[in-house]
Ligand binder design. Structure first.
Ligand code: PLP
Length: 453
């Protein structure tokens, strides 16, 4: 035991080792000390009976790298789910980033009024574009749509009643639940109707002296079918106007235009009825940066601006610029700059061609069984929950590997897939041609490893 303890290297020796010449010693030193301490304890407790210096140095190096390298990696999304919240939701196109980056490398007038030579307001830039696009009176932007809901409820609902249908007390991914947010904001939740049916008269009868708002929440991530009915937002807007209260639509998914669907309410259409307030996510179907966009009546937006909570929910310049560039893409009808829409609009035939190209590239890999198959992609991100987007992909298999092991091996090489009927499937909808080589290399490696067994 004593001998083994004596074979342990000294901290200074290790720090001078050429293997660590590229490392920062102030980071490496505590790692070495901690690892040596662990070794000593293991030797004393007799759980360690031999020691290899080379192995120890390699371990130190990998701990060092783990602690100093970025853990965010690019991934290939082969799931066919376009808006994958776990994988970062909407992507940016190079065109949008090319508009944003030069501005980020200079000082700018985000919050400076050039004409007056004094402090300006960061929301004016976005406001002009949104008002042009939607015909609304005013707009502001916060960190995400969850913040938008919280800001609106705490500004107008605090110690007052907010009416909402029982069918819309929704939970979105990431533990966002309407009743919880209401509680947090200090609003009193007034549920009306039933789970499956809510009528206009339910809202009418619930309005009292204490009512500040009728809220509608989009059933983003689920769909009710069968014996159901809900009230159109335009009818709620009309009712709210008549009774002098606020109507607010938490739209979430934020569909503007550009898809062949009538399943999602469009912001453009909804704004025609001049709602009091409407909010949506920037990075769902809208296809921009993470943000919560609030549009509506000027006097109400002015009150939101006076709420001190806004300071804590404020968006930075990157978000503002990326949102602005995305809005300009909508205004100029350049929807090809928005990857979310582009991917959702790929036809089944276009994706079939991609599947054929990838198939041709990988089919020579030893032992790989690979077939082109028809698949259904999904929009994801709490939108269009029941709408399948006809797609194509590859079903892949190695005789020596279970599907779950192949899925894991691909995942560890940065390729995220789905398993369908005991087969790993790669949906080509969200895979870019530039990613084919990565897939080829991963499969080639897996083929070698699985063969060696
Ligand atoms: C997605 C969603 C939210 C939360 O939006 P984030 O931008 O993810 O914060 C809130 N409400 C509805 C209806 C949603 O669909």
């Amino acid at each position: 035991m004593k001998e083994l303890l004596q074979t342990l290297p000294k901290v200074d020796e290790l720090l001078r080792d050429p293997l660590f010449s590229h490392t920062q010693s102030k980071i490496l030193k505590p790692l070495i000390q901690k690892s040596l301490q662990n070794l000593r304890e293991q030797i004393l407790s007799k759980t360690l009976t031999s020691f290899s210096l080379d192995k120890f140095k390699q371990e130190l190096l990998s701990i060092y790298e783990k602690n100093t390298q970025s853990t965010i990696k690019p991934l290939v999304n082969a799931t066919g789910v376009v808006l994958q919240t776990n994988l970062g939701r909407s992507l940016f196109s190079k065109e949008i980033l090319d508009e944003v980056f030069p501005l980020l490398m200079h000082y700018n007038n985000l919050e400076y009024d050039i004409k007056e030579g004094k402090r300006g307001e960061r929301y004016t830039h976005i406001k002009h574009l949104l008002c042009t696009l939607l015909g609304c009176e005013d707009a502001i932007v916060v960190n995400n749509n969850a913040s938008a809901v919280l800001l609106i409820l705490s500004t107008f609902g605090k110690d007052k009643e907010v009416i909402i249908s029982r069918g819309e007390l929704v939970e979105i991914g990431g533990a966002f639940r309407i009743p919880e947010v209401m509680k947090l904001s200090g609003s009193k939740l007034v549920e009306v109707g039933t789970t499956n049916k809510t009528h206009l008269s339910d809202y009418e009868e619930a309005i009292s002296e204490e009512t500040s708002m009728i809220m509608k929440a989009h059933q983003s991530n689920f769909k009710q079918i069968g014996f159901t009915s809900s009230v159109e937002f335009s009818a709620l807007t009309a009712l709210a106007k008549k009774r002098g209260i606020i109507d607010y639509y938490d739209l979430g998914s934020g569909y503007m235009q550009g898809l062949q669907t009538n399943e999602e309410p469009s912001i453009l259409e909804l704004c025609k009825a001049s709602p009091s307030l409407l909010s949506f996510s920037g990075d769902k179907l809208f296809g921009g940066p993470q943000a919560g966009v609030i549009v509506g009546r000027a006097e109400l937006i002015a009150k939101l601006k006076k709420n001190h909570l806004l300071r804590a929910l404020r968006v930075d310049k990157f978000t503002t610029l990326a949102l602005e560039a995305t809005l300009r893409a909508y205004l100029n009808n350049e929807l090809e700059k928005i990857p979310t829409l582009k991917m959702l609009n790929l036809t089944s035939e276009e994706i079939l061609q991609k599947a054929k190209d990838l198939h041709a590239l990988i089919q020579s890999i030893p032992n790989l069984e690979c077939q082109i198959i028809a698949l259904d992609s999904l929009a994801g991100g709490g939108s269009l929950p029941q709408t399948p987007f006809k797609s194509h992909g590859l079903s892949i298999h190695f005789p020596t590997l279970k599907a779950s092991n192949l899925e894991k091996a691909l995942r560890e090489r940065g390729i995220i897939t789905r398993i369908n009927q005991e087969r790993v499937c790669l949906d080509l909808r969200c895979i870019d041609q530039s990613e084919y080589t990565q897939i080829y290399n991963a499969l080639q490696q897996i083929s070698e490893v699985s063969n060696a067994k």
